[in-house]
Design a binder for this molecule. Sequence first.
Ligand SMILES: C[S@@+](CC[C@H](N)C(=O)[O-])C[C@H]1O[C@@H](n2cnc3c(N)ncnc32)[C@H](O)[C@@H]1O
Length: 337
Amino acid sequence: MNLEQLLTQWNDLIPTLQALNVAYLGVTTGIFETLHTQGKLSIESLEEKTGIESEYLKRFCMAAYAFDFLDKTETLYSLAPMGQLFVDENTKQKTLPAVFQSVFYPLMTSQILKFAKTGAHLHTFPPFEDPGVFPWMWAMMEHKFSSLFLNEVLPKIPFIEEIDRQRGVVVDIGCGNGWLLRNLAKRFTKLKGIGIDVSREGVEQAQSLSAGQKERLQFIFADFFACSLPPKVSLFIFSRTLHHLWTEKSRLVEKLAAHLESDSKVLVWEPLWPEKLDYLKQEKMKPIAFQNLHENVEGNRLLEANEIEGFLKACGLSVQKFLLENGLDAIFIGTKD
Ligand SMILES: C[S@@+](CC[C@H](N)C(=O)[O-])C[C@H]1O[C@@H](n2cnc3c(N)ncnc32)[C@H](O)[C@@H]1O
């Protein structure tokens, strides 16, 4: 590709990014949802229902109209078919991750720049400081990974049915907003779930989103190392969390090994760092290189498959590994026998 073609390609991306940013505002201000439930509205009614100041609202509506998210009839705005994609239950799981990522990645990039000279780290998740943006990161994780969990991970852990029959306990370490346990509790009606996370925002969101499942799901704001566990845990889950705990691997092996019963299982779900650097050149692997770059903001790095297998073996477990279809992630199942 020559320079002209390269510049055309890059410049063509900018309106797409701008469209995603406008959609992000439509989702996070509640404007899309309000128009979805209320139909056509004037700027005055939209201001009253969303609490967005009128000048910002007017400019947003004009931009959303320009990017085909809103329609306008005389003085009334309504959601256009493209805007509908972000509120419709059937499509939002697919559309929201792109919208959130268009805003999160620049925020992460600014954190990298902030810490690059001093080598400092930010020991919180999400890896940016704006509390107005926090909750959307959890929503992004939920929308991005729920269907992968239900369609690809669940079929690889058939033992979950036996855990359910026995009303076993599943502990989700670094549970975030609890999406994984909520999905599990919806699909299996008897098992119990305990989610643990050091993020207060994540746990608060998990508690409010699982308010109707209180007798089966518990979410605890705590550091896993300081948290006491029930006497018998059937399954420990580390969903994209092991690399967050890797600097304390020895303590983790100690704690986990001490709580594993003869029939306990451990599920580790991680994006995989490749064995060879040139694998990163593959199109599907580029996001892994970017993730590993911004993981450093939190003092983390992505792990290779053999490191994860070694960790599970050190806990006294035999290991099965499955690659997921996105080509980036793998799950590892540790079994005591
Ligand atoms: C990448 S997020 C994954 C969240 C969730 N499991 C998911 O799959 O969406 C990693 C999570 O691990 C949590 N975490 C990191 N260290 C922890 C610790 N020592 N104890 C409990 N949670 C921890 C972070 O707060 C964060 O919510």
